[in-house]
Design a protein around this ligand. Structure first.
Ligand SMILES: N[C@@H](CCC(=O)N[C@@H](CS)C(=O)NCC(=O)O)C(=O)O
Length: 254
């Protein structure tokens, strides 16, 4: 029987979006299995993982977005590879991807959840899309626990959201500066894992319309957050991400 790889996700998660983008780019066949946090652990724990995304292939289980991108690159034709063959450029891409994974992704999640978690109806829409019906039914029971877990494990509060926003701005300034010489991509002259990581992990702060998961519309968000989204969109780095989403999210593999 034909085995179709499974991608275990939260539909909203930007780390999951990072992997979805890489999979879609090479038309890798997969089935996305969305779950409500923390019920995802019922799926990730038996295969030896914890957080999402987890990619389950016939031969192996990959439990981290960077590992998944590295694995996919071994299956990718030369012109679509996300990691350069030159060792110098490869080192730069690895460093940027790791920095975006460890800092940017954590900050945009902390900042975004501060505004979104307060709206139960919105969170129901965002966390329940694509999940099994029995998990949807459990939402009212699970929501208070999921919310508490999100507040505590991601240290979500007004002060941390303010600090996170300033740190996001600093990362955007550094990326804007990098792009100021007119280059088309962050490293070398090709779209790489650095671009993909920067775009997907900053997406919660820019809400690009082409996002492959599910985000709220600006109309559903508080004014203060919307203003900050507009400020970030109106930077060189912000415009860069919006362009990458328009040009690279669905069309690169043609
Ligand atoms: N380093 C991981 C981070 C992934 C991550 O932080 N995932 C979050 C969702 S955005 C998660 O699964 N949190 C729940 C958990 O850890 O069980 C990666 O890049 O794959």
């Amino acid at each position: 029987m034909f085995f179709v790889p499974r991608l275990i996700t939260f539909r909203i998660s930007h780390y999951c979006e990072k992997v979805r983008w890489a999979l879609d780019r090479i038309r890798f066949p997969y089935i996305e299995e969305c779950h409500l946090p923390p019920l995802h652990r019922l799926k990730t724990t038996p295969v030896g993982g914890s957080s999402v995304p987890v990619l389950v292939t016939q031969a192996q289980v990959f439990k981290d977005s960077a590992d998944i991108l590295n694995y996919l690159d071994t299956l990718t034709p030369l012109h679509l590879k996300l990691y350069p063959t030159s060792s110098v450029l490869r080192h730069e891409v690895d460093e940027l991807e790791a920095q975006f994974n460890c800092q940017l992704g954590v900050l945009t999640r902390q900042w975004g959840y501060f505004y979104a978690l307060a709206n139960r109806t919105l969170m129901q829409q965002l966390w329940c899309q694509g999940i099994p019906s029995w998990e949807k039914l459990l939402f009212p029971v699970v929501f208070p626990l999921t919310c508490r877990l999100a507040y505590s494990s991601y240290n979500v509060n007004r002060q941390s959201a303010l600090t996170a926003y300033h740190q996001i701005q600093q990362i955007f300034e550094a990326v804007s500066h990098r792009l100021s010489d007119g280059r088309r991509y962050l490293v070398g002259d090709c779209f790489s894992a650095a671009d993909l990581a920067f775009a997907s992990l900053s997406a919660p702060a820019l809400l690009p319309p082409e996002y492959g998961g599910l985000f709220p519309s600006l109309l559903q968000l508080p004014h203060e957050m919307v203003e900050q989204v507009h400020t970030l969109r109106d930077t060189v780095a912000g415009r860069y991400v919006l362009r990458l989403y328009q040009q690279e999210r669905y069309m690169a593999n043609i």
